[in-house]
Design a protein around this ligand. Structure first.
Ligand code: MF3
Ligand code: CO
Length: 256
């Protein structure tokens, strides 16, 4: 069921999303080569808690038998890691890496969700283009996120743009509605047919999240039960914001 948020609920969504935006401000300031992904996790957790929120990914149960609960506060995925990388004291961020961070804050019963791919120092031209295209894919998609359009219009725009740039989208994971639950209906793939799926209405809150692979589209899951890597070893990037559908179009809640 797709939920339409009331005025009051929209204010709570705004606040949860503001926490996520402020967390990224902090991470952007502090992320440096030589740091561990564990340190990044602590910065994010402390920021969220200091703002009265909790890191909703910690202990998250994806509901698949045998998959452990998510053990950290954020996801940190480096280079060929696509999503759901688990922060670790042994994992050091290096000059030239691209580091995808995915953060969900829960405050007063509502979730805000966003992802960014940070470029550490001087990254290769190829890596930079991948990161830029992934971000632009989000903006290409949300041009279609307005009342009367269908969710497939957004999905289609994202997929077409990514493919036009010579990259692949991840097909096994998708964006989603968001609110009281981290993952609500509808599912929002990063590809699809225009004119298909639910009609967008004011008051819907959606997490739109292009996950883009430099090479071929396949992915693999590591033995930790979480980390997703590219099958061909090529780079991957992730960019996500929580948006609100208004009468006029999409309002991005996780950018201040
Ligand atoms: N934040 C992710 C998303 O964009 C979900 C991560 S799974 C978790 O939907 F276990 F880490 F929470
Ligand atoms: Co999400």
């Amino acid at each position: 069921m797709v939920t339409i948020k009331s005025k009051k609920e929209i204010e709570l969504m705004r606040e949860a999303c503001r926490v996520v935006a402020l967390t990224y401000k902090e991470l952007e300031k502090k992320i440096k080569p030589g740091m561990t992904t564990w340190e990044l996790d602590k910065i994010a957790e402390d920021t969220m808690r200091s703002l009265g929120a909790i890191p909703a990914e910690k202990g998250y149960d994806i509901g698949i038998r045998g998959v452990p609960k998510y053990p950290a506060s954020i996801c940190v995925s480096i280079n060929d890691e696509v999503i759901h990388g688990i922060p670790s004291k042994n994992k050091i961020i290096k000059e030239g890496d691209i580091v995808s961070v995915d953060t969900v804050a829960l405050k007063d019963g509502f979730h805000g969700d966003a992802a960014r791919t940070f470029m550490i120092g001087n990254v290769s031209k190829e890596a930079r283009r991948l990161v830029e295209v992934t971000k632009q894919a989000f903006f290409e998609g949300i041009q279609y996120a307005k009342p009367g359009n269908r969710i497939g219009d957004v999905c289609h725009a994202i997929g077409e743009y990514v493919h036009s740039q010579g990259y692949s989208v991840v097909r096994e994971f998708q964006g989603h509605g968001i609110g009281k639950e981290m993952h609500e209906d509808p599912g929002i793939p990063n590809y699809g047919k225009a004119g298909r799926g639910i009609r967008l209405e004011p008051g819907m809150t959606l997490a739109i999240e292009p996950m883009v692979i430099q090479g071929k589209p396949g992915i693999l899951e590591l033995d930790d039960g979480w980390t997703i890597i590219t099958e061909d070893g090529s780079l991957a990037a992730h960019y996500e914001n929580t948006i609100l559908i208004t009468e006029k179009g999409a309002e991005i809640l996780t950018i201040l």
